[in-house]
Write a protein of this length. Structure first.
Length: 332
């Protein structure tokens, strides 16, 4: 009986070791699906009209990543703050955010790196009011209720606009609202003004429901939009990171040469008026470039302003937040 028991015990131990080994192999597949060697690339669309939506409809990421034995999973967020939560929880590998979210994210040690610049106008960041509002300038916002998604690019624009008018957030009644909530509050008069971005700005203005008080254009503010990658993912999969940026560049080139068709695709997906979307697409300057000295300076300015405002507690060195290697390889 003892010999039989020892044999049974040994067999059980070997079985347990085999099960553990198989489990570790499955778990260590680099984010892939259990039972195969494929990597899953998680791409997040960060609200509004953007080129990731075009590439998604065209299937270009799926096509390119299939060559590299990788699958694609899509996610969608209304703004950058919840998106960063997806980065932290490993649910997002690639997306784009504004420079303000880069700063607040790095201040909180969020595990991402900027891998390219995709815009410098901040997606038409603006402060809008009702057409019959008494507010004519940023100074007139004193004591008013202003809706904004805290930490978003529009929030950073608002802070910079206030600073240029020798004002602070404390001079306003800030109402923290995500775009869908802010839109409702703005329509019903629950707030006096709304700091937001396109398509909301152009939608409200073209429908004659709102007018722009100030924008990144009128105030000549550089407001970079940046592509980001989750640190562990880009470290483990540099070839997929370069491939991702190549597909995005393909999308930039296609949209810039086919704006009407791109507008049709986006209008259908977002269930928006085609002429409105055409206006938005034609207005936007689509790029995919390395982080330049000007963009770095604008980001550092944002970091310094947020530190002074008390939004972040520690100084952020923007030079450590980006890596141009991947975009330089992608553009070769």
């Amino acid at each position: 009986m003892r010999k039989s028991t020892r044999i049974t015990t040994r067999f059980g131990l070997l079985s347990l070791i085999l099960i553990i080994a198989l489990t570790l192999t499955a778990c260590g597949s680099g984010g892939g699906k259990s039972g195969d060697d494929k990597v899953t690339v998680n791409i997040a669309v960060n609200g509004g009209l953007n080129l990731l939506s075009v590439a998604k409809q065209k299937g270009w990421f799926e096509e390119e990543f299939a060559k590299l034995n990788a699958d694609v999973e899509w996610h969608e967020f209304q703004s950058s703050v919840p998106l960063l939560e997806g980065i932290v929880s490993n649910r997002v590998d690639f997306s784009f955010i504004g420079d303000g979210t880069v700063v607040t994210g790095k201040a909180a040690n969020s595990p991402f790196t900027v891998i390219s610049t995709i815009g410098v106008q901040g997606n038409q960041n603006s402060v809008i009011v009702k057409t019959d509002s008494e507010v004519q300038s940023i100074a007139d916002l004193k004591g008013k209720k202003v809706a904004v998604a805290k930490g978003s690019s529009a929030h950073i624009f608002l802070i910079k606009a206030l600073e240029k008018n020798i004002m602070k957030e404390s001079d306003l009644k800030i109402v923290q609202l995500q775009p869908d909530e802010a839109n409702s509050a703005f329509q019903t008069g629950g707030v006096d003004a709304w700091a937001t971005w396109d398509p909301f700005v152009t939608t409200e203005v073209k429908s004659s429901r709102a007018r722009i008080v100030e924008s990144v254009e009128t105030m000549n503010i550089v407001a970079p939009a940046l592509m980001i990658g989750r640190d562990k993912f880009i470290e483990e999969h540099p070839e997929l990171t370069t491939a991702y940026l190549k597909v995005y560049q393909k999308t930039v080139d296609w949209v810039n040469g086919n704006k009407d068709e791109a507008a049709s695709l986006l209008a259908e997906e977002k269930k928006m008026d085609l002429e409105l979307v055409k206006t938005l697409v034609n207005y936007t300057n689509y790029i995919n470039t390395p982080v330049t000295a000007d963009v770095q300076a604008a980001m550092q300015s944002t970091a310094d302003i947020l530190l002074e405002a008390g939004t972040i507690k520690d100084k952020v060195d923007i030079s450590k937040s980006f890596n141009n290697t991947f975009i330089e390889d992608a553009l070769k």
